[in-house]
Design a protein around this ligand. Structure first.
Ligand code: GUN
Ligand code: ZN
Length: 442
C-alpha cells in the first residue's frame, strides 16, 4: 500500500528524539521521552503524515521520493525561541550597562536605523539566516516602532515558509522622539499589520508594547482594545526583569498593585500573552500569571549579561506557569538554543536546582510550543504536526568528540550537547518539510 508519489513529500530517516506530550511536572517529562533509533518521518505538504520505526514505515514510503538519511546524527523537533529582538542582531555584546542605561546607550540608537526599510530588509535577512543556522524554526520576535520593520521580517520569513510571530513595538514615552509613536498611531499601525500578516501563510502577529515604562496608560488601553478586537493575536512584552525597572513601574503606575497588574488591568494577560524575563515576580504576580494562563520567556544569557538576576524554573513549575526559552538577542549573547540551555543550567545551579537534559529539551521544543499556544502544531513528531525539525551532529569539535565518546546513553549525550554545543552542531534545518539550511549540500 504505497502512498502515491507527491512532489511535496519528503522522507527523513535517522535517530529521532522528542517529548510526546505536554506535562505539568518536571519529573513527568522523562515518562514521555521518545527515542527512535533508525526511525522515519514522512511529510506531505509540510505536515507529518507518518512517524515511527524505519521497519514499520516501509508500507508508507511514497514512491520516487529520495530518502534523506542521517545515520550518525540526532533529529530533534526545531527549536522554539520565545523572545528575541531582530533589530538588535547587530548589537550583541554591548559593554557595561544594566537594563535602563543599556536601552538608552545602545538599543535606542540602533533601533532608529530601522526607519529605513532597506536597512530593515538587510538585517531581517541576516537574522533569519542566524535562526536557521542555529536550528531555530519558530520565534516570537520584537521589531522596532516602525511598521516597515515588521514587513521586512515577515517578507523574509515567508521565503522559507517559517512559522514566525512578530509585532511592531508600541512606545509613546521615555524614548527618543523619533522612536515614539502615539497611542492612536500605534493602534492604527498595529491593526493594519494584523490585517496584513496575521494568519498569512505561517505568520502570526503579536501586539508588542515594549514595556510598561515606555507606554502611556492611553497606549496600553489601545493595546488592550486591539487584543479585544483580535482575540487570537498574541501579546508580547517585558516584565520584572530588573529591580530599577520594577521601581520605575511602581512610581509610574502607583494605582496598580504591582508590575503585572498594569498589564492585567489593560487586558493584556492571557494564554497568548508572553512575558519576557519575570525574574523578580511577587507572589501576587505568580498567581496572576497562573490564573490568566500567561507564559514566561526565560532568557538566561540575557539575565546574566545585563546582571538582571536568576530566574527559577522550580518556582514556575510550582506555580504552574508555562515557560519557554528565549535568547533575547541583543541583551542575550547567542542565537543558539544550545548555548541558552547551557546558561539555563548554570542559572539553576546557582539556586541549588537541577535542570535535566530532558527538561531542557522540553523547554526548547514542546514546552516552548505550549507557551506560544502552538503545541497542537509544533514541538514534537506527532502525526499531523508541522514538519519543522533539525539534524544535529554530536561531534562538531575535537573536544565534543572526546566527551561524546565517553557518554553513557542518550540522556548523557544530550546533556553534553546542550553544555558544549552551538551552531556548529546544527547540520540541517527543515522548515515545513523542506531543507531551509544545511552546513553541507546533502
Ligand atoms: N525591556 C524593555 N526593552 C527591552 C529590550 O529591548 N531588551 C530587554 N532585555 N529588556 C527590555
Ligand atoms: Zn527583550
Amino acid at each position: 500500500m504505497s502512498l502515491k508519489h507527491s512532489p511535496q513529500s519528503s522522507v527523513i530517516r535517522g535517530n529521532f528524539l522528542d517529548i510526546t506530550q505536554t506535562v505539568t511536572q518536571a519529573n513527568d517529562i522523562k515518562n514521555h521521552v521518545r527515542y527512535i533509533e533508525d526511525g522515519v518521518m514522512i511529510t506531505c505538504e509540510g505536515k507529518i503524515t507518518w512517524f515511527g520505526t524505519w521497519d514499520d514505515g516501509q508500507p508508507y514510503l511514497p514512491q520516487g521520493v529520495t530518502v534523506q538519511h542521517y545515520p550518525n546524527e540526532l533529529i530533534l523537533p526545531g527549536f522554539i525561541d520565545t523572545h528575541i529582538h531582530y533589530p538588535q542582531t547587530e548589537m550583541v555584546g554591548a559593554y557595561g550597562e544594566q537594563l535602563l542605561n543599556w536601552l538608552n546607550t545602545y538599543t535606542f540608537p540602533t533601533e532608529l536605523k530601522f526607519k529605513d526599510k532597506t536597512y530593515a530588509d538587510k538585517i531581517a535577512a541576516i537574522f533569519i539566516q542566524e535562526l536557521l543556522k542555529n536550528g531555530t524554526t519558530t520565534a516570537l520576535v520584537f521589531g522596532t516602532v516602525h511598521p516597515q520593520s515588521i514587513d521586512a521580517l515577515f517578507e523574509e520569513a515567508e521565503k522559507f515558509d517559517m512559522r514566525l510571530i512578530a509585532g511592531k513595538v508600541m512606545m509613546d514615552r521615555h524614548a527618543p522622539e523619533e522612536l515614539c509613536d502615539t497611542a492612536e498611531q500605534s493602534y492604527q499601525d498595529s491593526k493594519a499589520l494584523i490585517e496584513k500578516w496575521h494568519g498569512k501563510g505561517r505568520a502570526l502577529y503579536a501586539i508588542t508594547p515594549r514595556f510598561a515604562p515606555t507606554s502611556t496608560p492611553e497606549q496600553l488601553s489601545k493595546a488592550g482594545q486591539l487584543k479585544q478586537e483580535f482575540p487570537d493575536v498574541y501579546v508580547h512584552t517585558h516584565l520584572s526583569e530588573n529591580k530599577d525597572e520594577i521601581a520605575w513601574v511602581k512610581s509610574l503606575f502607583p494605582e496598580r498593585k504591582n508590575y503585572l497588574d498594569v498589564y492585567n488591568y489593560y487586558g493584556l494577560t492571557g494564554n497568548r500573552s508572553v512575558f519576557a524575563h519575570c525574574v523578580h515576580l511577587e507572589e501576587d504576580e505568580w498567581q496572576c500569571m497562573h490564573q490568566t494562563d500567561s507564559a514566561i520567556a526565560f532568557c538566561p544569557t540575557s539575565n546574566l549579561f545585563l546582571g538582571s538576576g536568576l530566574f527559577s524554573l522550580k518556582q514556575a513549575w510550582d506555580k504552574q506557569v508555562k515557560v519557554g526559552l528565549g535568547t533575547d538577542i541583543g541583551a542575550g549573547t547567542s542565537f543558539s538554543q544550545l548555548q541558552t540551555l547551557n546558561e539555563a543550567y548554570k542559572v539553576q545551579q546557582l539556586q541549588g536546582e537541577k535542570l535535566s537534559a530532558f527538561e531542557s529539551l522540553y523547554h526548547a521544543t514542546l514546552g516552548g510550543a505550549k507557551s506560544l499556544d502552538l503545541d497542537d502544531k509544533l514541538g514534537n513528531f506527532n502525526i499531523g504536526k508541522e514538519a519543522d525539525c533539525i539534524v544535529i551532529q554530536f561531534n562538531a569539535t575535537a573536544l565534543q568528540h572526546l566527551r561524546q565518546s565517553e557518554a553513557k546513553g542518550i540522556e548523557d549525550r544530550l546533556f553534553a550537547l546542550f553544555t558544549m554545543g552551538d551552531d556548529r552542531n546544527i547540520h540541517t534545518t527543515y522548515i515545513h518539510g523542506k531543507i531551509a539550511y544545511t552546513q553541507k549540500p546533502h
